[in-house]
Ligand binder design. Structure first.
Ligand SMILES: Cc1ncc(C[n+]2csc(CCOP(=O)(O)OP(=O)(O)O)c2C)c(N)n1
Ligand SMILES: [Mg+2]
Length: 889
């Protein structure tokens, strides 16, 4: 009975497929697709469980051979060029290995990607021209040798460069391991060596292009972002986590190519599964155009004959681990594993010899298939495109590495393996030269070089090529922020409020306004920035299609196509990627865009520190702000909010200037100077500035304080009224902790102790200046008598010195070497606590009474205060001397 049902079902299925074939032939593909869609919807309405089924297509090429365009290039010549690149890329790594210095390098990544890059270079990657926006191409970092090899053939790199791969400091010039604009500012445009960051970076680069176009700052003249990433790399969460934004923002200028060689560094990406199918589901689910390039042309005919889907069924069932194994087995073994227990498939495969079975290509090594996918993706249709390109890792390395688990780190090959590779690649070179991995240089008049150069000329020129296109802006006038220098009178305000006013002022500036890019995660209201919504608008490519709920209010949520504010939602990875895109527009788009990204407290450096490092690599400019910062100033919020260490994290970024300003005038001076240095003087620096939410009156800039001192990081804010007492204390404060310093000052003065107050907007700038001087003293280029800024300011001062901030003690300690002996640092080491500001400040021992206690103890050491006096102070002020250390508990 069961057999009967089975037979009936098979008959039914065959009849349906035959009818469908008729419909495809008679009505065409579009109608067929519509019919299936309506059948599907009908079945779901009737209760058939089909949800999710549509998120995978069979394990075959998305583009049917019938739709494949004609290949426009001379593929034979292109293959020769590719093979020369393959050889030279390999030779770079092998020569680096032969030097015996353990410099490393990678062969297998480029070997898997060479064909797709070649198709891109010969037919797609277009340079910026008068009429065209220009493509930004990001390469897989470990494929860098191949990109260098091609630049060498184009005559852009010398043989010395290649010889000095991974020897950047060699006198003749060398090459960095991976794409680092900082190290090769005329070549690499975008850094990709930290895996997983490039996907999100490029999604936001594509979006920023649209932002500039929609705001009328860039012509709507195209320009694509091509991003090549590894399949292993796709496990990093940033890329998949931001897929939806590419669809929401209709980024049809974005083409992501995933090199699915099924392997990462240690082994298979998904041995037990199928990475291509898994990624297909994610991308289709998010709404991308997905193109799978799986099989080479050799399979086309077989697939055409596979009317019953036996072959496709087998392709669907084989796991990535199996496919990887096929790449190393003999044809005979592949066949027997492939057709096992499947006589029909065995029959279908009989037309191919074992050798044909073994050498059948994967789609990612077949120019025609690659071209078809690139062509489809390059046609704008309102959506971003992803191409899942199946390749073999180490393709062309033969037994030395093809498809092996160890191939990623293979950097040496035996003499015989080198000779075999040269032969396989058709490199006309003696065995001796091949064994030495000599570079192959076809003459300038060779067909290969002529073709390669012609193609690039047609496509506008060489890629990658980094240029700095923006003209310097006019220097900002000294009085641009004069209102902030005058202080706030009786009015209390926070540095965050001051910042928002500075940004508003800049936005309204007729010269500069259009270049300001406010970037905010979902915290604009926390920072009091919602007032900007109405004036500047929130960027939204579709405009505002709905009536905002608060339309009748002054600061309503105004979204607009030409909105200026980038409201990033709760997505720090996206927000910092926007910062990177805006801060590098001076180079990529010739526009001096000035990003102001204000993140919420701890969720900046701690979360996206690696992206900030990449910003440094890319020579990104702009301002990062730690909003509502400070371990005790952001009260109530506790362990995962209260930031007391971002300045330490920012301090390791060499070209970043870090500031913790206390007053409105300091902030205004720092921002003005920053804009001038970055956009007028064109310095490759960027800024991190903490701003807090504690309100206090903002003093005017004292007459004796110069802008230069503020920028250098240290000045005397207040001189003690009297100098009568021998007991002298210098209090160094920064950020909102200045309020604690003022209180301590009062207490000490009441005790007859004279106090000078110093503001330290930047410990780090002071440390850097002093370290450089120390270095020069060691080198002998500076006299031993020369004093650092810190020494100049303090060496003539008597007394004891206490530094206090809302950050960890190592911040204040960073200048200790140059401070007078009696220097003590108070700070907020330890985890945050949900508490009120004053309790927190007692807890972390930075409140006025702890500042006074520290001062008394140091004066005790000087013999100017007795232990009894200190004890009396601690008793009257209820200081718990047996308190647990907040740094630990
Ligand atoms: C964040 C990060 N983690 C680890 C590495 C080290 N690493 C470099 S390449 C690589 C494997 C890459 O595999 P895949 O993305 O599949 O690229 P393929 O070389 O296979 O094309 C790893 C782990 C890195 N560069 N960045
Ligand atoms: Mg891989």
């Amino acid at each position: 009975m069961a057999q009967l049902v089975q037979n009936q079902w098979e008959i039914e299925q065959k009849e349906w497929i035959a009818s469908l074939d008729e419909i495809i032939d008679d009505l065409g593909e579009e109608h067929t697709a519509a019919l299936i869609k309506s059948l599907r919807e009908h079945a779901i309405r009737r209760g058939v469980k089909l949800v999710g089924e549509a998120l995978n297509t069979p394990y075959i090429n998305t583009i049917n051979v019938r739709h494949q365009p004609h290949y426009p290039g001379d593929s034979e010549l292109e293959k020769k060029i590719e093979n020369i690149n393959r050889w030279n890329a390999m030779a770079m790594v092998l020569q680096a290995y032969d030097s015996g210095e353990g410099l490393g390098g990678h062969i297998a990544t480029y070997a898997s990607a060479a064909s797709m890059y070649e198709v891109g270079y010969n037919h797609f990657f277009q340079k910026k021209t008068v009429d065209y926006g220009g493509d930004l191409v990001s390469f897989q970092p470990h494929a860098a040798p191949g990109i260098y090899a091609r630049a060498f053939l184009e005559g852009r790199l010398s043989i010395e460069h290649l010889r000095n791969f991974r020897r950047e400091l060699s006198p003749e010039g060398g090459l960095p391991s991976y794409p680092h604009p900082r190290r090769m500012p005329w070549f690499w445009e975008i850094p990709s060596a930290s895996m997983g960051l490039i996907g999100v970076s490029c999604i936001y680069q594509a979006r920023f292009q649209k932002y500039l176009e929609n705001r009328g700052l860039k012509e709507k003249n195209g320009g694509k972002v091509w991003v090549f990433v590894g399949d292993g790399e796709m496990d990093e969460p940033e890329t998949l986590g931001t897929l939806n934004i590419a669809v929401r923002e209709q980024l049809d200028n974005l083409i992501l190519v995933v090199n699915c060689n099924l392997q990462r560094l240690d082994g298979p990406v998904r041995g037990n599964g199928k990475i291509i199918q898994e990624l297909e589901r994610s991308f289709l689910g998010a709404g991308w155009n997905v193109t799978k390039v799986i099989w080479g042309s050799e399979w086309d005919e077989l697939l055409e004959r596979d009317r019953d889907g036996i072959l496709v069924d087998r392709m669907n069932k084989a796991l990535d681990g199996d496919y990887q194994m096929y790449s190393v087995l003999s044809g005979e073994k592949v066949r027997s594993h492939w057709v096992k227990d499947n006589p029909e498939l065995e029959k279908l495969m009989q037309s191919l010899s074992d050798e044909e079975v073994r050498t059948i290509k994967r789609g990612g090594h077949d120019y025609k298939k690659i071209y078809a996918a690139f062509e489809k993706a390059a046609k704008p249709n309102g959506k971003p495109s992803v191409i899942l390109m199946k390749t073999i890792k180490g393709y062309g390395m033969g037994k030395a590495g093809e498809g092996k688990n160890t191939t990623h780190q293979k950097k040496n090959m035996s003499a015989q393996e080198r000779i075999d590779a040269a032969t396989r690649l058709g490199i006309p070179m003696s065995e001796d030269d091949a064994a030495k991995a000599k570079f192959y240089i076809p003459g300038d008049q060779s067909q290969e070089i002529k073709y390669l150069k012609d193609r690039r000329t047609l496509l506008g020129g060489s890629i990658p090529e980094r240029k700095e296109r923006a003209e310097p802006i006019e220097a900002l006038s000294l009085d641009i922020f004069s209102d902030f220098k005058a202080g706030s009178g009786e009015r209390e305000m926070s540095t965050t409020m001051v910042l928002v006013r500075i940004i508003s002022k800049l936005l309204k500036s007729s010269d500069l306004g259009k270049y300001i890019v406010p970037i905010i995660p979902d915290e604009a209201r926390t920072f009091g920035m919602d007032g900007l919504f109405r004036h500047s608008g929130i960027y939204q490519p579709k405009g505002q299609l709905y009536q905002p709920v608060d339309a009748d209010t002054l600061a309503y949520y105004r979204e607009s196509t030409d909105g200026q504010i980038l409201q990033e939602g709760i997505c720090e990875a996206g927000a910092i990627a926007s910062f990177m895109a805006a801060g590098t527009a001076y180079s990529l788009h010739g526009l001096p865009m000035i990003p102001f990204y204000i993140f919420y407290s701890i969720f900046g450096f701690q979360r996206v520190g690696d992206m900030i490092w990449a910003c440094g690599d890319m020579m990104c400019k702009g301002f990062l702000f730690g909003g509502t910062s400070g371990r005790t100033t952001l009260n109530g919020e506790g362990v995962q909010h209260q930031d007391g260490h971002s300045h330490i994290l920012s301090s390791v970024i060499p070209n970043m200037k870090s500031y913790d300003p206390s007053f409105a005038f300091e902030l205004a001076i720092i921002i003005r100077d920053g804009i001038n240095r970055m956009y007028h003087l064109q310095e490759k620096i960027f800024y991190y500035i903490t701003v807090t939410n504690e309100n206090y009156t903002m003093p005017a800039q004292p007459d004796h304080v110069t802008d230069k001192e503020v920028i250098q990081g240290l000045y005397k804010f207040k001189k003690s009224k009297s100098n009568k007492s021998k007991k002298k204390v210098h209090l160094l404060g920064s950020g909102s902790i200045m309020s604690q310093v003022f209180e301590a000052d009062k207490m000490l003065e009441e005790m007859g102790i004279n106090v000078d107050i110093w503001s330290v907007p930047s410990y780090l700038e002071l440390q850097r200046e002093a370290l450089e001087l120390d270095r020069q003293k060691i080198l002998g280029t500076s006299s031993q008598d020369e004093q650092s800024l810190v020494e100049k300011k303090f060496s003539q001062e008597d007394g004891v010195f206490i530094s206090v901030s809302d950050y960890v003690k190592s911040q204040g300690m960073c200048i200790a070497k140059w401070m007078p002996e009696q220097y003590h640092v108070l700070g907020t080491d330890g985890y945050g606590v949900s508490e009120s500001r004053s309790t927190l400040r007692d807890h972390f021992e930075i409140s006025p009474k702890y500042i006074v206690l520290a001062a008394l103890r140091l004066l005790e050491i000087q013999g100017l205060v007795t232990a009894a006096e200190t004890k009396s102070f601690t008793m009257t002020h209820d200081v718990n001397l047996n308190k647990l250390n907040p740094a630990i508990h």
